[in-house]
Write a new protein. Sequence first.
Length: 74
Amino acid sequence: MSTLTAATRRKLPSSAFAIPESRRYPIHDRAHARAALSMVAKYGSPDEKSRVRAAVKRRYPSIDSDAGSGSSDE
C-alpha cells in the first residue's frame, strides 16, 4: 500500500473518502479501499460499515466486501 501522508490526505478530494463529510476511510486506490473495509469491520459502527462497504463496491466492484478474502485484483 502506498503511504498516505497528512499532506497528501489533505489534497485528496472529499469524493476519495468512503465517508466524505468527515473525510474518513480514504478509498482513493484499491489498497486503501481494502484497508478501509478491514478497519471499518473492526472499529466502525453498523452505519459506517454499510456506508464504507457501499462506497467501496461502487468505486471498485471487483473488490469483495470481505476484506479477509485474500482477493488480489490489483
